[in-house]
Ligand binder design. Structure first.
Ligand code: CP
Ligand code: NVA
Length: 316
């Protein structure tokens, strides 16, 4: 069996969002993730992280991201160390800069899931090792790679696909999808109430990337724009840390629920449904859709592991 090709030019790089990566580089991560998934299907066992360690800092809860990092790293012989806010002093008694410098002396890489994008950037600046953003209030880049991997698996290509995100258009997942779609030539539409449109800054960042790739970015409150979608994507209405906003959000977003009628109104029989999970069934999506024939959410969750493994393997 041919050995999986691991690109060497990414060694030492962090993944904080996709802004600093070219479409060709993103494609290389994607190809590696697909190859790693195929290896696994063939039953191959590899030990490419022997002697390596990764610190997994979690300020917010996680199932998929934590388990992807732990299993992907551990099964290749590496040693992951889980650090919750109950374990370390990050940003409290000890500054983020100091924590970064200490962890950088002990670990081969660091994953951070938390609130502040600034924190993950500071970890990257001061640790001297690759740092991965496992979700902040602003971005969820590892999720976006798994999402486009799922699109690639379903459609065999990315360019020109119509991806529609319906829901809280200003959240971390929507912003990361906008960025990766703009880079990869995927037409990306956000459908959400005006109050939840993504901020101007992320739109400005995406604009030149979209112009270059030929991606069309649309932001609207009109649900009729689902027509022609190849994939409908949604996420929770209330992200971690925003629990107090639940009532307002549910009121604002109830017309934007992804249900069978919405899927039908795409007028595309091949339209698939995506969700980063966890899902609140009955809010942003109905049980019928998530369990229905269009749903690819379990493949998408599985792809988290292989995209995360690819990111670690290319950068450590
Ligand atoms: N999609 C995702 O990031 O899931 P977790 O919150 O379970 O990690
Ligand atoms: N937007 C959600 C994503 C969870 C994976 C959150 O931040 O809670």
């Amino acid at each position: 069996m041919a050995e999986t090709y691991i690109p060497q030019q990414f060694k030492g790089r962090s993944l904080l969002n996709w802004i600093d990566y070219t479409p060709d580089e993103i494609k290389q991560f994607l190809d590696l993730a697909i190859a790693l998934k195929e290896e696994k299907k063939r039953g191959e066992v590899h030990q490419r992280f022997i002697g390596k360690t990764i610190a997994l800092i979690f300020e917010k809860r996680s199932t998929r991201t934590r388990c992807s990092f732990e299993t992907a790293f551990g099964e290749e012989g590496g040693h992951p160390v889980f650090l919750s806010t109950a374990d370390i002093q990050l940003g409290g008694k000890e500054s983020v800069e100091d924590t970064a410098r200490v962890l950088g002396r002990m670990f081969s890489a660091i994953q951070f899931r938390g609130f502040s994008q600034k924190h993950v950037e500071t970890l990257a600046k001061y640790s001297g090792v690759p740092v991965y953003n496992g979700l902040t209030d602003e971005f969820h880049p590892t999720q976006a790679l798994a999402d486009i991997m799922t699109l690639q698996e379903n459609f065999g290509h990315l360019k020109g696909l119509n991806l529609v995100f319906c829901g809280d258009g200003r959240n971390n997942v929507a912003r990361s999808l906008m960025l990766i779609s703009a880079k990869m030539g995927i037409n990306f539409t956000i459908i959400s109430p005006k109050e939840l449109f993504p901020d101007e800054q992320i739109q400005k960042i995406c604009k030149p990337f979209a112009e270059q790739s030929g991606s069309k970015i649309t932001i609207s409150d009109k649900i009729s724009l689902v027509k022609g979608a190849d994939a409908i994507y949604t996420d929770v209405w209330v992200s971690m840390g925003e629990e107090k906003l639940k009532e307002t959000r549910c009121k604002l977003l109830s017309p934007y629920q992804v249900n069978e009628a919405m899927i039908k109104s795409t007028e595309n029989e091949k339209c698939i449904f995506l969700h980063c999970l966890p899902a609140v069934k009955g809010e942003e999506v109905t049980e019928a859709v998530i369990e229905g024939p269009q749903s690819r959410v379990w493949d998408e969750a599985e792809n988290r592991k292989f995209t995360i493994k690819a990111i670690m393997m290319a950068t450590i």
